[in-house]
Design a protein around this ligand. Structure first.
Ligand SMILES: *Cc1c(COP(=O)(O)O)cnc(C)c1O
Length: 330
């Protein structure tokens, strides 16, 4: 990726003259099954641009209660696009049912706020990287379309979902109107996400990106490694296998409750060892194991391109030691 960055042909992307950015956007559009795609600095910006483009100020957006666009984008929907949010519980896997969507959509009338957009997330991060089936998205999207509402898919980790189901990315997007895919997470690019949709949607989104301050100039050096990320999607199988192995190793530790990972995210509960996520992660840090804190007793570990099978073995050994130490100090 570093060599590709160094050798990338560049131009002024704000005039559509950066050949590397243009190539990346064409490849992303084709892989995601849309007319067009737009390269963005971050997934958050791409999600926010999508919402801005799909809606009018003063509308309501239906979101899943634990979604990134609701909980992790600093109220951007309200601040950038003057939208109010309607969070709906999508437990146990993070996908809204068609019934829940239909019930959340407000009937049109002069004295009700107007619903303007429905969003989904796949894989769903806070539910532990659940790979939602395209069929579930199709049914939920159908409920939104019945009411003439557009659907945006936050597919930061959509490639993980596609690999988990053994299908291509475009098979994951057939029933949504726009999708965001992160290139800088599991896919390993240094920077960037893509937003894909119809020609008309992306044309409007390009104006929004400029307004958000995300217009590029000589971005080819960033787009070149991002193109490599798009070519290496199949590699995610390795991350999924590593997550499985890590979870299996953790399962044998008394007091630790762990999910059965569907993709590259391992979630564990530390209540059984009487330690908060914070306290547990402090110990992990001392053993060179890095995770994040996802609630008082929840810890998230993620496998990715820089973690190999030896790292997993070392992590399991380290976690075993931590749990043994905790028991003997209790
Ligand atoms: C990380 C993430 C984003 C945002 O991507 P950034 O590049 O960090 O802004 C959006 N949605 C989900 C589900 C994510 O995990």
């Amino acid at each position: 990726m570093r060599d590709a960055a160094r050798n990338a042909p560049v131009g002024d992307a704000s005039y559509g003259e950066d050949p590397t950015v243009t190539a990346l956007e064409a490849e992303a559009a084709s892989l995601l099954g849309f007319d067009a795609a737009m390269f963005c600095p971050s997934g958050t910006m791409a999600n926010q641009i999508a919402a801005f483009t799909h809606t009018d100020p003063g509308q309501e957006v239906v979101v899943e209660e634990h979604s990134h666009i609701y909980g992790h984008e600093l109220a951007g929907l309200a601040r950038h696009s003057a939208l109010q949010v309607r969070p709906i519980d999508g437990s146990p896997r993070g996908v809204l049912t068609p019934e829940a969507i239909t019930a959340a959509i407000r009937s049109r009338g002069s004295n009700q706020v107007e619903t303007g957009l429905v969003t989904f997330e796949n894989t769903h991060n806070r539910y532990g990287g659940t790979a939602i089936k395209p069929r579930a998205i199709e049914e939920a999207a159908h409920a939104a379309h019945e009411a003439d509402l557009p659907v945006h898919l936050d597919g930061a980790r959509l490639a993980n979902a596609a690999v988990a189901h053994g299908i291509t990315l475009d098979q994951m997007t057939t029933h949504v109107d726009s999708v965001m895919l992160s290139l800088s997470k599991g896919l390993g690019a240094p920077i960037g996400s893509v937003l894909a949709g119809s020609d008309r949607f992306i044309e409007q989104a390009r104006r929004a990106r400029k307004f958000f301050g995300g217009g590029w100039r000589q971005a080819g050096i960033i787009a070149a490694p991002a193109r490599i990320a798009l070519e290496t999607i199949d590699r995610l199988e390795i991350d999924h296998a590593n997550a499985q192995r890590l979870a299996a190793g953790l399962e044998s530790l008394p007091g630790i409750e762990v999910n059965r990972p569907e993709t590259n995210i391992v979630m564990l509960d530390t209540q059984g060892i009487d330690r908060t996520a914070h306290q547990f992660l402090e110990r992990c840090g001392a053993h060179g194991i890095k995770g994040s804190h996802f609630g008082q007793y929840r810890v998230r570990f993620v496998t990715h391109v820089d973690i190999d099978s030896t790292d997993i073995t070392e992590a399991i050994d380290g976690l075993k030691t931590i749990c043994t130490d905790l028991r003997t100090t209790d």
